[in-house]
Design a protein around this ligand. Sequence first.
Ligand code: FAD
Length: 461
Amino acid sequence: MLLPVCCKGAPRFIRANSRRAMGEGIPRVVIVGGGFGGLAAAKALRKAPAQIILIDRTNHHLFQPLLYQVATSVLSPAQIGSPIRGILRDQGNVIVILGEVTGVDKEQKCVLARSADREGVPIAYDYLILATGGRHSYFGHDEFEKFAPGLKSLADAVAIRNRVLHAFEQAEAEEDPSHHRDLLTFVLVGAGPTGVEMAGAIADLVRNTLRSEFRRIDPAAARIVLVDLGNRVLSSFSEDLSKAAKQRLEKLGVEVRLGHGVDEIDEDGVIVAGERILSKTVIWTAGVAPSPAGKWLNVGTDRAGRVRVQKDLTVPGHPEIFVVGDTASLDQDGKPLPGVAQVAIQQGRYAGRLIQRYVTSKTSPGPFRYFDKGNMAVVGKGFAVLQSGKLHVKGFLAWLAWAAVHLQFLAQSNLRVSVFLQWVWSYLTGQRGSRLIVNHHGSEGRRAMADAPHRTMVSSK
Ligand SMILES: Cc1cc2nc3c(=O)[nH]c(=O)nc-3n(C[C@H](O)[C@H](O)[C@H](O)COP(=O)(O)OP(=O)(O)OC[C@H]3O[C@@H](n4cnc5c(N)ncnc54)[C@H](O)[C@@H]3O)c2cc1C
């Protein structure tokens, strides 16, 4: 049951000893979201004389930049997620609540939350930080989602891993080679970092890991197609690095098709520039839409729906409400800040520190300013591109830097050790960490078979 903490003026139904635990009499900061922004805010408030309630609809902080490695079997889900409660266990002023926020009452100063057994539980705040991240955007084509899942949560990554691995199993069991082509064609829609990293990782999977394990099919003959409406892959990088990434993908056997978006996605595959590409595995790596925080607050948003925040990350007219990370929109030097982890971390930290100053009656540190440490993306085994200011690096050195930075930002030290060892092992042997087809609902295998009623399985001879 969600711990109820009512709005001011509403009847209280929280137990007296819980009230003490909630630290009544000192300001209360409610943080919604235990992702990069929310967690950074909570940590920045560790010495604040305040009670902090962090609400998340999952019990774990997820390291999204490595989701593609779960989707392509390099890592297991537990290696990129950490229980939020565990991360904050030494921070006595934080209470972690598993629940989903469904609205904000700005006048009553409370958020409304839902848990397993309750709806609309009001949780009062003196300060509110919304760090609810984003979700997939199909750019108005929500019907694509059924055929082209996106990658945002651990469940998404495991579902994609199941699909990719299933495709090879089905092809191996399939007697009619004419069906192999669509089973072994993987289409990725969106050539940003996620699409490029996924394409490179699938190419590695088929060429290095699966190659020697199948008898009736050649996994290395799999077709991997990366589609994007734009004219370059990794368009947020400089032209030279985006060119290097494209060349590397092509060397790995990835077909890069730029300049046309997908016109259609259905159960048979995709249509790109009028051409049908038959595929049983289409993955959406294109758009991100913010959480509905803008609707909850009923404030101005940008075209994508992100809440327009002021220079101190608060919303106009409400100096007690902060919005940070992927769900906030802020321009710096005339350009909108990107939806990346560093922006969310720096904004969360800033909001936490600012609130700490308010509650200790210190002056404001001045407006938020993002410090861009640079961008990185991996393109297959041992190759990355790195851009930091005027520094542009590609190849193995950039990959080492990528690995070091990602290890450093994993939430817990046990994960750093485990991921490091897995990477070394995979690099040296080509073997992957988690190649299980796991169906938590018990019907994946049956569904996959049902999807292919016309197909002949391995004959009994
Ligand atoms: C596949 C993928 C790869 C990426 N790769 C990179 C990369 O290489 N480098 C990089 O810098 N960035 C990368 N990003 C972007 C980066 O992960 C995001 O910019 C960052 O996570 C944003 O942080 P956030 O705190 O705003 O949101 P998130 O980290 O998404 O956290 C939001 C949290 O809010 C919770 N939440 C949402 N709604 C509710 C609700 N209603 N009630 C309660 N809780 C809620 C969620 O469960 C989640 O824990 C990637 C993103 C994806 C999806």
